[in-house]
Structure formats: C-alpha cells, structure tokens
Design a binder for this molecule. Structure first.
Ligand code: TIU
Length: 731
C-alpha cells in the first residue's frame, strides 16, 4: 500500500534543499514534441544537436511515472506552436532567424511544410507530444505561442484553479523554453525546481550547465535545480506500486457508498466496477423516493444508465488512465437543456424538447460522468424555498418538516441524500447556495461567464449563472475546472485570459488571508442559532490564518436590495414570450403568479431601469475596490449562507416574506458579478432552533465565501482550507 502524501517533501537541490507540498505541486513537462526531438523537426532545422534531447526522454518518462503514481497535485504538458493561419506568431519569431545574414540552416520556418508536417503548427504530427510521454485523461495540455509557457496561455489560471504553488519543471530545451518558463513562473510567485536529467538542450554540456547555473545563482535567483534520483526516492513510498494495476482483483470489489469524487476515483483505480456503484445507487434512489418525493422531474431508466456504464468500462480499460469523471453519477436541474429530453423549468406550460444540450452537461459526459436524471426546482427558477413546484415539494435531507431550499431544490437533495456525486444547477439570486445550506452540501456559483449558459432557460438572463452542487469544495472545483471554457454563443461569456494575481507559495502569506463579515445590524436578522453558528465559523477561520478586516459593506447591501426592490425583477418577465403571462395565468403556481402580477402592477419605466443599471455598475465598481489588489483590500467576504431554516409550514403560511428573508446574504452575488461558494459549517440541534425540547435530530449550517469577479481560484482554496479544518475537528 502507498503511504499518504506528506504535507511537505524535501529533496537535495542547488542552491539549497527544495521543499514542496506534493498536493500543491505540478509537474510541468515542456515541449516534448516530435518537432523538437526527431530528425527533420523544427529543432533539427534550427541546427540543434538531437542526441542530448533524445537522451532526456527516458529520465523524463521516469519523472512522469513517479509523479503520476504518487498522485502529485497536477500534471501539465506544454506544446509550442501556432494556429494554422499563424495569426498568433509575431514577425520576430517568423523572420529573425530565417533572414539572418549567411543563414544556411534555417531553410524552412514556422508554418512551412517539413517532413513531420507544417513546422510548429497546431494539429500537425510534428507538433504533438512524443508517444512515450503522451498525456493521459485529466492531465492538462497547454498550447503556447511563445518560448515561455505563460505568454498568451491559460497556464497561470489553470495552475491557480488547482491550488498549485510549486512546480517541478522538465523538458526541452534547457536554454530556451525550459529556462524561460521557470523565469516566468518565478515572477508569478511559483517556487520552481528544474530536474537536471529530465531537461536537455541543443548545445554542449557547458551550455546546459550555464543555463542551469543561471537559474539558481545568487541563492536561487529564479529557483532550484535538483537531480532526478533523490526526487524518485522521496516520492516512491507514496506511489501506487506498478504491480497493483496489473493484477486484477480476485473477487468483485464492494462499494462503501462514498460518493465523493476523489473517493470514487480511488476506488475505480483499485478495481471497483462502476456497474456495482450504479446497481447499488438505483436501489438507494428507489427507496429514497418513498421517503422524500419530488426530487426528480425526469429519471433515466436503470437499463439506459447501466448500458452507458458498461460502454465506459469497455472504452477505458486501462485503470491507470481513467478520465477524471469516469463512472461519477450526476443530476441536472430541469431548467437546463439536454438534447432530446423535455425541459420543464417546473412549469408544464413552458415545456419544450431541447435540440441542443447545455455545454456543461456535454463536458461532464465527455469526462466519463453518468447522467441519472433531471431535478425539481422552484417554478421558473424563481424562489429560494423549494416549495413552489407542481412536481412536489422535497424536504431537507436532514428533516422532513424543514424545507429543502430552492430554487435548485432537487439538485441539492440529490447530492445531500447520496443519490448523486454532484449536480449541475443554477444560481441567479442564491438558488445554488441556499438549498446547499439546507441539505449539508457545497454550492458553488462561479463568476458569471465562466461556465456556458447556452441551453439554460433564463430566469433573469443578465444575472443567471450555472451553479455546481457537490459533496466537497474540491469536488465542486474539479467540475468547474473541467467545464470552464469561453463559449462565444453565450453573450455574457468572459474572455479566457484576464488580469491575474500572483500566488504566495511560501511564508506567512501562503496561509493567511483577510476576510470581512457583515456588520452587526445585517446579522441581526439571523435567528439566534444562526448567529451562534456564524460566530463559531469566524473563530474557526481565525484559527486557520484568517484576519478579520474592516471594509465598506454598503455596496453589498445596496446591490442586494436592487435585485427585488428595483426593476431587475422585470427582467424575469422579459425572458418570457410576449403576452405569455396573460395566456398562462391559470397554469402558474399561485405564488409565482402573485410575484409576476406585482411586477406588472409596478409599471416600471425605462428611466427607472436605466437608473438601476447605472447603480449596478457603481456598486460593482465599489465592490471591486473592496476586493482590490491593495493592502486595504479583503480576500473574501464571509456571510451566513442564509438567515434561518424555515419549516415547510412556516413558508406556506407566508410564502413571499419567508422567501425574501432567505436571500439576505445571497442577493448581491450576481448583481455585483461576484463568485461565491457555500460550505457546510457544522450542525445544531433542531430543538435549539424550534425551542421545543422534544424535537430530535440536527440541522445543517453553512457559510458562504464571496469575492470579486474571477477570484474563483483564490476563494475556493480558502473555502477548501476552512472545510478541511472543520472536517479534521469532527474526525
Ligand atoms: N529553439 C529552441 O531551442 N527551442 C524552442 O524554440 N522551443 C523550446 O525550447 N521548446
């Protein structure tokens, strides 16, 4: 059995020992492409001597193998090259060497047709990585137009999204892309070590030695250089033995019911069949339906899911190379399209058969996930209670008298009740966060525009956002980073590369963070139990390096009020066909009808709408300053996810007022273009909330971490550390 990865591994290195946290370390293999390693490739044409770079293939294979078997934080491969029309290739690169006086070796340049295909051109045979080091599913391939890996690529974002702070770097050539990448990474805060045997160049040994010397000169100007063998020896005790993956288990493996993605990944690698999981899961789902109906609107037939599962098993026979979501069951909120299936949005008169699927659904399927069914929601995704659907009223997985929350009620119950590992849902005003709180699961709403909303029936189009419901922060983060992509069909999509902050890999700043909390008058709306639980969470955050920091909370408060007191509710009507409300009045849920009629009765004017849009822009700018990249800025705002946990009876007695209260700390999220993740934060006795000593059982509490647009990676890592700290408290 492999030992668990230690917090820190230390290896001999120059100029002094290199320490790295393996879970936060990535192996980066630079440009091991045919174009740089094989005769007639780009490197050969440049006049490179190929013997050393070819000799580095074997050690690089060993390095890759140990990092894979030890389960290092991430594996990245880079490829240098250009799009076929060369629009991303600067003239300096295209012309300088080729036109040098007396040039005899650069007979061909980038884009010209060589024996391995067009030189350094994406999609060509020569551009691809050699077979010996072929990337596996789940490993990241970065296509870069420059020598360095950071120019015009998503590598910084993708490393940060995986909470990586340290890089083990290898590949070709030492003097060029390898060294440039380490220099670039150093500027961005990463602690890098280059592996001597797993890098090589086109010149003699002195040239390589000088290239490496430059990196660690002066007590580590750019980073460290180490040998391969000590690294292998340090990681070997934590590595899965090679033999294990070759020996089939003697008896079929049983499943312990743990649906966390990381647990299932591990179980599948050691021989558990996803068929066993699906068989067992369907039994749970069927029996749970009797206990808590109203979770599903559409349910996939067991035979269909089993067939898909068996097809996956055939497709991925190598257990060491499974895609990240292999055999992971999931559900999807029924306001998102799946081609060929009806989308109801819990509003039968609005049902349509979708012709195209939401891209997030398509992506998780492509990564091996298994679709189980479409989940119930508050009608038209309007509500936070889970009590507004003609398809039933699921209750909290903790207690039959308490609400599930909404609008993503079925999604959160499906994950909380262990019917699925994750769910794809939505969050406009808090619909992914509030029900996560009431069912003890994580609800993550990425910055709007990072996950495609194509195929999402709009609730309030300019504020709608995909949400991911999962059992842990790491699971939610994994779904995000696998599905994130710029979709030009989504009018609110954000560009792939944006201004980014450096990482803090070591020292005090690697662990400390500044957080703000709502002012006392805002917290006073919470039930006493929620206030007590929130104060407990604040203490816990302080114990893991959180520094409570004052900030200006007015933009958050004003933005929250803008959502329903202002004209944005009219956008909910704008999403529906003309005269639709008039024609469908009798088919609507009575509470939804009441809300819509009130909106119509307001007779809002265009002038009011423009004023609200301008106010939204102002508060968004003010919130940006709060999360600013300055000494005064805070890293995250931490709030109770909601204010209390209502019983179904309380909500039905006053559906609108109880619902409004639930959104106190969620409404501002999309108005201010923030990212947010709701995280379970302990449990409390039902009797404490109800005041009735006879009431048995516990209910879940949750806090939400909010931060500025595109600060998802930073926010998720703080949330994950909090989650880890309270999980450790429990165990
Ligand atoms: N020319 C040269 O030595 N190298 C490159 O252009 N790319 C890499 O180093 N990968």
């Amino acid at each position: 059995m492999a030992a668990p990865l230690p917090e820190l591994v230390t290896v001999d290195a120059k100029p002094y020992a290199y320490s790295f946290p393996p879970k936060h370390t990535a192996l980066v293999i630079i440009d091991m492409q045919r174009d740089f390693l094989l005769p007639d490739g780009f490197g050969d044409i440049q006049g490179g001597n190929l013997s050393d770079v070819q000799a580095s293939i074997e050690p690089t294979k060993k390095l890759l193998d140990i990092c894979r078997r030890a389960g290092l934080g991430a594996i990245f491969h880079t490829r240098e090259g250009h799009v076929p029309d060369l629009s991303d290739c600067p003239s300096s690169k295209l012309i300088r060497q080729h036109q040098a006086p007396g040039n005899t070796q650069h007979t061909l340049t980038i884009g010209d047709k060589g024996k391995l295909g067009r030189l350094l051109t994406r999609g060509e045979w020569g551009h691809d990585i050699i077979d010996e080091l072929a990337p596996r599913p789940g490993e990241v391939v970065i296509d870069k137009p420059g020598k360095g890996s950071f120019w015009n690529t998503t590598i910084l974002h993708k490393l940060k999204a995986r909470a990586i702070t340290h890089l083990i770097v290898s590949g070709v050539t030492t003097e060029c892309c390898f060294a440039t990448t380490i220099r670039e990474a150093n500027d961005r805060g990463f602690e890098c070590v280059g592996i001597e045997e797993a890098t090589a160049g086109y010149n003699d040994a002195c040239f390589k030695a000088s290239s490496l010397d430059m990196l660690y000169w002066s007590q580590g100007l750019f980073g460290f250089v180490a040998s391969l063998q000590p690294l292998i020896e340090a990681l070997e005790p934590c590595a899965t033995p090679v033999i294990a993956s070759l020996t089939p288990p003697q008896t079929p493996q049983t499943w312990d019911g743990d649906l966390r993605i990381s647990s299932l990944q591990k179980a599948y690698r050691s021989g558990l069949s996803p068929v066993t999981v699906i068989e067992q899961l369907f039994k749970t789902i069927e029996s749970y339906q009797k206990e808590n109906s109203g979770v599903w609107i559409y349910f996939e037939k067991k035979d269909v899911v089993l067939e898909a599962t068996k097809a996956l098993v055939v497709k991925y026979s190598d257990k060491a190379a499974l895609p990240p979501l292999f055999g992971i069951p999931y559900s999807i909120k029924d306001s998102l399209d799946i081609a060929g299936l009806p989308t109801t949005t819990a509003c039968p008169c609005l049902t349509h058969i979708a012709s195209e699927s939401n891209p997030v659904h398509e992506k998780v399927l492509a990564e091996g996930a298994l679709f189980i069914g479409k989940t119930n929601l508050d009608q038209l995704a309007t509500g936070l209670s889970g009590c507004r659907s003609p398809y039933g009223m699921p209750h909290s997985v903790y207690h039959k008298d308490y609400i599930s929350g909404g609008s993503s009620s079925g999604s959160c119950v499906s994950v909380g009740a262990n019917l699925c590992s994750f769910s794809i849902a939505t969050d406009t005003a808090g619909s992914g966060r509030v029900p996560s709180c009431f069912n003890g699961v994580v609800g993550y709403k990425p910055t709007r525009g990072l996950l495609s909303t194509v195929g999402l029936v709009p609730a309030c189009l300019s504020l709608d956002c995909i949400a991911i419901i999962a059992k842990t922060v790491s699971d939610a983060r994994l779904i995000w980073l696998l599905c994130e992509e710029y979709d030009s069909r989504d009018r609110y999509a954000k560009p792939v590369i944006s201004f980014q902050r450096h990482v803090n890999a070591t020292g005090l700043k690697a662990k400390s963070f500044k957080f703000g909390i709502p002012p006392p008058e805002a917290l006073s709306i919470c039930s006493p139990t929620y206030r007590r639980m929130f104060h407990q969470a604040i203490k816990q955050l302080q114990s893991i390096g959180g520094v409570l920091t004052p900030f200006d909370s007015t933009p958050f408060d004003k933005a929250g009020r803008l959502l329903y007191d202002g004209t944005f509710v009219s956008e909910r009507l704008a999403s529906l066909p003309d005269n639709w409300l008039e024609a469908n009045r009798s088919h609507l849920h009575p509470v939804i009808l009441e809300i819509f009629e009130k909106v119509v009765a307001r007779n809002s004017t265009a002038v009011q709408a423009y004023r609200d849009m301008q106010a939204k822009a102002l508060y968004t700018r003010q919130a940006e300053n709060v999360f600013g990249y300055t000494a005064a800025g805070i890293d995250v705002l931490v709030v109770p996810t909601t204010v209390t946990h209502w019983t179904t009876k309380q909500v039905l007695a006053d559906p609108i007022k109880t619902n409004t209260a639930l959104g106190e700390f969620t409404h501002c999220g999309n108005v201010l273009d923030l990212c947010a993740v709701a995280v379970p934060a302990g449990e409390y006795p039902v009797s404490e909330l109800s005041g009735n000593k006879e009431d048995a059982g516990n209910l879940p509490f949750s806090v939400t971490f909010l931060a500025g647009n595109r600060l998802d990676a930073e926010t998720l890592e703080i949330a994950r550390r909090y989650e880890e700290s309270i999980t450790n408290l429990k165990s």
